[in-house]
Design a protein around this ligand. Structure first.
Ligand code: 6R9
Length: 681
C-alpha cells in the first residue's frame, strides 16, 4: 500500500484543549452501566476475544432463534487458504423482524412507544407503539407478497424519513426479501443503477418531501429511475407510492410539487387497505440468509452493494447498541441519521428495536426552522441518548451558542458521533456546551461493511480523549499494519485492519466476489482492510486519521473520486478530470475538481454550472464539487498515473510540502495549477 494520507489532521486541531486532557464518564452513568469502569471493559473484552464463541452465544441467547446451532463464528480471511467467508451460528434459523417486534410484544412491550416521528415542521409529529408497528409491518409484508415479492428478492426503497420507511424495511425482513434503501438525496441515475444491479422489481417511494423549506419531488425522480432501468432491461413492475405530502404541513413560502403518475403506480395507503386482514407469516431465515443490501462508494467508481446476513448482523446490532449507548429501558434514544445510510439501518431501526427502546425518527434538518431544532427536540421529548455526526455538530457550533439558550438538554446522558473524525473543538462543544459537561461522548468508528461499531468509548467505562475513537468493541480486533504489511505493535501509525471476524461483518459485495476480495482482503493477506489509517497512542487509544484510498469523506458520507471524475468527463468539453478531498471547516472535507478542457475551451461560470449540474444528476447533490478549477494539464507520472498527492497539496494550499516532482512527465503544470488556484481565489 502507498503512503498513509492524513486527510483531517486531528492531532493539529487542539483548539481549546489542554494537552492530554482526559474526561471521565459522569459518576451516575458509571453506577448503573452495562459495562461499569475500565477494568470491567478490559475483562469483558479479553473474554470476547479468548472465548469468542461463548461470548457471542451468550449475547445471542437474549434473542429468539426458532432453531439453534452449535456453531459459533467461522471464517477465512486468507485467500491463499481458499474462499474468503464468515459465518455465525451456521444452521440456526431466526428472523430479525420477529425479534424487533413479536419478541418485544411477548416481553410485554406492546404498548410501549417504539418511535416518535418528528416531521419537517415542528407541529407534525406522531407516535407508534410496538404493537401498532407490528400490525403495519404484517400488513405491508402482505402487500409486498401481493406484488409478487418472495424470499431472496431485492426491494428498492426510496423514501423520506417517514414511518413507512421503518415499516417497509421490517416488512421486507419479515418475508425474507432484502431491502436496498437508497438515500432520498440521490439522483435518478444513482437510484436506477442500484435497481439495475440488484434487478429490483418493486420500488417503494413517496410523492415527495420537504427538507426545511425546500420541496423534493421524489416521484419524478423515481419515474425517471424506472425508465432508465428499463433501458437497461430491468423492468420494475410495481411502484408503490406513499402519499406523504397530503398529510404534511407545507412550510411557509413553499408549495406542493406536482406529482406525475405512471401505469405501474400503486398507492401505499390503498394497498394497505386491501391487505387489512390478510395473514402474512414470518419466514424463518437461515442464519446466513441475506438480510439487506446497502450501496456504498467504491474507489473504482461503481458503488458496491454491501451484503449483510441475518443472525450475525442481528446479534451485532443488538449488542453494540446495548453497550455503546448503554441502552436502558427508560431511554429516549435519538439517532439523527437518515436510513439511507448504514447508521440509520443499525442504530435507528434494528439496534434500538432489538433492545426494545423508544426512538425518535426525524424527517427534518438541524437548521429548520432554526438552529435550535436539535435542542428543542431534545427537550421536547427528554432525549437521553443522542447519536449524530461531527458535521452537524460543527455546523451548529458555527451558528453560535445563542441557539442553545432557552433549552436545557438536561436529560442527555450520552452523545454519540459517527461518520468521520471529530475534531477536538467540536467534541468539546458537544461535551461542555450541549452536554453541560455531564455526558459521555462516544466517537464511534465503523463502516457500512462492518455492520456495527468497531472502535468506540463505552459511556460508563472509557475515559475520553477528545478526537479519539478509543478502544475496540467487544470481539473486534484491530491491528495497524505498515505499508509492507508488518504489524505495528504499541504506539504508531498505519493502515487499520482487523485480524479476525465479528458477527456483523459484511458477507460480500452483491454479485461480485472478486471485488469483495480485491477491496478488503487482497491489500493485506489474512486481514480485513478498512481503507482507513489510524494511530495508536501510548495509552493504546486509537485515533482514526482518515481514508488512505481514493475515497473521500464529505459531511460523513463516503464519495468516490473516480465516480465524480467520470461524471465530469461525461461533459463534451472536458478531456480529463481529477478530484481530490480538500479540508473544510464544517463538512470535514469537500470535493475539489481539476478539469482539463478540450482544445479551444476555457472555463467560465456557465461551464462550471453545467459541470455541477452533471454531477448532481449523475450522483446527487452531495457529490457536487465546491470548486472546479481549470487545469491546463494534470501532474502525471511517466506511467500515466495522476499524482493525487500533489493535487491534494495544491487544493489545500500547502504546496510547499509537495516534495519530489522529478518523476513527473511535466513539472511545469504544478506551477500553472498553483497560479490557477490563486487566480481563482
Ligand atoms: C458508519 C459509517 C465509513 C467511513 C470509515 C471512515 C469514516 C466513520 C468514523 C470515521 C473517523 C469515526 N468514519 N466513523 N472516521 N472517526 N468515528 O460512517 O459508514 O458511510 O460506510 O463510512 O467513514 O473513513 O471508513 P460509511
Amino acid at each position: 500500500m502507498s503512503d498513509v494520507h492524513v486527510k483531517f489532521n486531528l492531532a493539529n486541531d487542539n483548539e481549546g484543549l489542554e494537552d492530554d486532557e482526559i474526561f471521565l464518564p459522569p459518576a451516575p452513568l458509571l453506577a448503573g452501566a452495562h459495562v461499569s469502569g475500565l477494568q470491567s471493559y478490559h475483562e469483558i473484552y479479553a473474554n470476547s476475544i479468548n472465548n469468542s464463541d461463548e461470548f457471542w452465544k451468550t449475547v445471542a441467547s437474549e434473542l429468539h432463534f426458532e432453531q439453534g446451532s452449535s456453531k459459533g463464528l467461522e471464517w477465512n480471511f486468507d485467500a491463499k487458504k481458499g474462499d474468503i467467508y464468515c459465518k455465525f451460528m451456521d444452521g440456526a434459523k431466526t428472523n430479525i423482524s420477529y425479534n424487533c417486534l413479536e419478541r418485544n410484544l411477548k416481553r410485554g412491550l406492546g404498548n410501549k412507544i417504539a418511535y416518535i416521528f418528528e416531521g419537517n415542521e415542528p407541529s407534525d409529529s406522531s407516535t407508534i407503539t410496538y404493537s401498532e408497528l407490528h400490525a403495519q409491518v404484517v400488513q405491508f409484508s402482505a402487500v409486498l407478497r401481493s406484488h409478487g415479492v418472495k424470499r431472496g428478492d431485492v426491494v428498492a426503497l426510496y423514501l423520506p424519513m417517514i414511518p413507512e420507511l421503518a415499516v417497509a424495511m421490517l416488512a421486507c425482513a419479515r418475508i425474507g426479501a432484502m431491502h436496498s434503501v437508497v438515500f432520498a438525496g440521490f439522483s435518478a441515475e444513482s437510484l436506477s443503477a442500484r435497481i439495475v444491479d440488484a434487478q429490483c422489481k418493486v420500488l417503494v417511494t413517496a410523492d415527495g418531501m420537504f427538507r426545511g423549506q425546500k420541496s423534493i419531488n421524489l416521484k419524478t425522480i423515481a419515474n425517471s429511475a424506472v425508465k432508465l432501468a428499463k433501458s437497461e432491461n430491468v423492468e420494475v413492475s410495481s411502484l408503490i407510492m406513499v402519499e406523504h405530502l397530503k398529510r404534511v404541513t407545507v412550510p411557509e413560502g413553499s408549495s406542493l410539487p406536482k406529482i406525475d403518475s405512471t401505469e405501474i403506480d400503486a398507492i401505499y395507503e390503498n394497498e394497505m387497505e386491501k391487505c387489512r386482514n390478510v395473514e402474512s407469516e414470518v419466514e424463518w431465515m437461515d442464519a446466513e440468509s441475506p438480510l439487506f443490501l446497502l450501496y456504498t462508494s467504491g474507489s473504482t467508481g461503481k458503488p458496491k452493494g454491501i451484503q449483510h446476513t441475518t443472525a450475525g448482523y442481528m446479534t451485532y446490532a443488538f449488542a453494540t447498541t446495548k453497550y455503546t449507548f448503554d441502552a436502558q429501558p427508560d431511554d429516549i434514544y435519538w439517532c439523527t441519521a437518515d436510513c439511507g445510510w448504514i447508521t440509520g439501518h443499525t442504530y435507528l431501526l434494528y439496534g434500538p428495536l432489538l433492545n426494545g427502546l423508544q426512538g425518535i425518527w426525524f424527517e427534518g434538518v438541524p437548521s429548520y426552522p432554526n438552529a435550535s431544532r436539535f435542542w428543542d427536540v431534545t427537550d421536547k421529548y427528554g432525549v437521553t441518548k443522542l447519536y449524530t455526526s461531527p458535521t452537524a455538530a460543527r455546523a451548529l457550533m458555527a451558528m453560535g451558542d445563542e441557539f442553545l439558550a432557552g433549552t436545557s438538554r438536561a436529560t442527555l446522558k450520552v452523545i454519540g458521533t459517527v461518520g468521520e473524525p471529530i475534531n477536538p473543538a467540536a467534541w468539546l462543544w458537544l461535551y461542555k456546551k450541549v452536554g453541560n459537561s455531564n455526558v459521555s461522548i462516544v466517537d464511534t468508528y465503523w463502516q457500512t461493511e462492518t455492520g456495527g461499531h468497531m472502535i468506540t468509548c463505552l459511556p460508563g467505562a472509557t475515559p475520553m480523549k477528545p478526537g479519539a475513537a478509543s478502544m475496540p468493541m467487544f470481539g473486534a480486533s484491530p491491528v495497524l499494519l505498515d505499508s509492507e504489511g508488518r504489524v505495528i505493535e504499541g504506539p504508531g501509525e498505519g493502515n487499520l485492519c482487523f485480524d479476525r471476524a465479528w458477527p456483523g461483518m459484511m458477507r460480500g459485495v452483491f454479485g461480485d466476489y472478486e471485488r469483495f476480495v480485491k477491496t478488503y482482503f487482497a491489500p493485506f493477506g489474512g486481514y480485513y482492510f478498512t481503507g482507513d489509517g489510524a494511530r495508536r497512542d501510548e495509552d493504546g487509544y486509537l485515533w482514526i486519521t482518515g481514508r488512505v484510498d481514493d475515497l473521500m469523506n464529505v459531511s460523513g458520507h463516503l464519495l468516490s473520486t473516480a465516480e465524480i471524475e467520470s461524471a465530469l468527463v461525461a461533459h463534451e468539453k472536458v478531456a480529463e478530470a481529477a478530484v481530490v478531498a480538500a479540508p473544510h471547516d464544517i463538512k470535514g472535507s469537500f470535493p475539489y475538481a481539476f478539469v482539463t478542457l478540450n482544445v479551444g475551451e476555457r472555463i467560465n461560470p456557465q461551464l462550471i454550472a453545467e459541470l455541477k449540474k452533471m454531477v448532481r444528476e449523475k450522483i446527487g447533490a452531495l457529490a457536487v464539487p465546491d470548486i472546479i478549477q481549470e487545469a491546463p494539464g494534470l501532474p502525471k507520472t511517466r506511467s500515466g498515473k495522476v499524482t493525487r498527492r500533489i493535487l491534494r497539496k495544491i487544493a489545500e494550499g500547502t504546496e510547499s510540502g509537495i516534495g519530489d516532482t522529478t518523476t513527473l512527465v511535466d513539472e511545469s503544470v504544478i506551477k500553472q495549477l498553483i497560479s490557477g488556484r490563486s487566480a481563482r481565489a
